[in-house]
Design a protein around this ligand. Structure first.
Ligand SMILES: Nc1nc2c(ncn2[C@@H]2O[C@H](COP(=O)(O)OP(=O)(O)OP(=O)(O)O)[C@@H](O)[C@H]2O)c(=O)[nH]1
Length: 349
């Protein structure tokens, strides 16, 4: 069985860009996902309003199953070890980079982690849309952070006129034309872009938890008249589902993954290559530019085939479907040598 890795999502961005707002939003609008948030101090994380269930040392547990931990960078590894213990019940870890370390250092720490339960969940860089130009002048490293980002969140979009917002978007795209850019206010991105919902088996009917009530209240407003100013975030990103009962050509699929369509952020699912000696199920996860395959047996009675979900912002859905259709193997099947590219991304545990 493939052991599930817990994605670690890094959230970076300059002072005041909206990182804490985004964290608070994720903790609240968590869709039942248990989030472990790592910050360097609790500071403005709005813990009080999230019903503290308990506190031990530097960790606060919330009534919705989420945890909030305050550590400095020297304690990061130890905290990741603690949060990824099965008994912690955490599904995803979100690290606020500011104050802890340079995003580059943190990305290296996650990718180089020897903890088999840790997986890279992507680097999210928040940009204060209203202050982008002046921040770039004062902090030239901002350009590098935008270039490194797997997802750019252009926050405080409410403070800009439409034309100015378009100009900032163009400048961000000039720095990083591969990663999706989401426009937000108060960091309200759809959490499902960052992590999967978790299905938990519950016994019988139950009352809504506090966070579910809060989400319901937030979502309960009427957007029908177009006056509420609420941006329909789900319209900003799209997902494409691709299935094939025919095997996929390994070389073509790896080329697709290494040269992904603009705006693609995540790919998840499983692939059937049908290459002799490599008939197993190849579980695929990509975040930004990180590609990862895990090899697993097919479940009893499971049909052979490929099923992928691709998520991104500003993606060309038809173009993606066309490119994937071209990755389906033809009647002449590849030999085992064609799997070399795939095996570069297979992670041995
Ligand atoms: N108008 C507007 N204000 C915002 C938005 N997002 C955040 N703010 C405000 O901007 C200020 C900074 O937001 P934070 O979420 O604390 O930003 P941060 O990146 O965590 O800040 P530091 O921790 O100081 O680096 C707060 O007063 C927020 O209420 C937005 O989209 N629009």
């Amino acid at each position: 069985m493939v052991r599930r890795r817990i994605p670690v999502v890094l959230v970076a961005g300059f002072l005041g860009s909206g990182k804490t707002s985004l964290l608070n939003h994720l903790l609240r609008d968590n869709h039942g996902v248990r989030i472990g948030v790592i910050v360097n101090d609790f500071g403005s994380v709005n813990i009080d309003s999230m019903m503290v269930a308990g506190q031990v040392d530097s960790t606060v547990s919330l009534s919705n199953g989420c945890l909030c931990c305050a550590v400095d960078v020297s304690e990061m590894d130890a905290m990741l070890d603690r949060l990824t213990q099965p008994r912690s019940g955490i599904d995803v870890i979100v690290v606020e980079a500011s104050g802890l370390a340079e995003p580059r250092t943190l990305v290296r720490l996650i990718l180089g982690s020897e903890n088999p339960r840790v997986g890279h969940g992507g680097l999210v860089v928040l940009v204060d849309a209203a202050e982008f130009e002046s921040n770039r002048v004062r902090h030239p490293e901002l350009d590098l952070h935008v270039r490194m980002a797997d997802l750019v969140v252009l926050n405080k979009i409410d403070l800009l006129a439409v034309d100015d917002a378009a100009a900032v978007r163009d400048r961000v795209a000039a720095l990083n034309d591969r990663s999706p850019v989401l426009e937000t206010t108060h960091g309200r991105i759809d959490p499902r872009l960052l992590f999967d919902e978790v299905v938990r088996v519950e016994d019988g009917p139950r009352q809504l938890t506090l966070d579910e009530l809060l989400v319901e209240r937030e979502q309960g407003h009427d957007c029908g008249d177009g006056h509420c100013g609420h941006r329909h975030l789900h319209e900003q990103y799209r997902s494409v589902t691709f299935t094939s009962a025919e095997p996929m050509d390994p070389r073509s699929l790896v080329r697709f993954l290494e040269e992904p369509p603009a705006g693609l952020y995540r790919v998840k699912g499983f692939v059937y290559f049908g290459v002799p000696g490599h008939m197993q199920r190849y579980l695929l996860q990509t975040v930004g530019r990180q590609i990862r395959f895990d090899v697993a047996p097919w479940g009893r009675g499971a049909g052979r085939g490929t099923e992928l979900v691709l998520i991104g912002s500003g993606i060309d859905v038809d173009g993606i479907e066309r490119r994937l259709a071209e990755c389906v193997a033809g009647p002449v099947r590849s030999g085992a040598e064609a799997m070399t590219g795939v095996h570069r991304y297979v992670v041995e545990v």
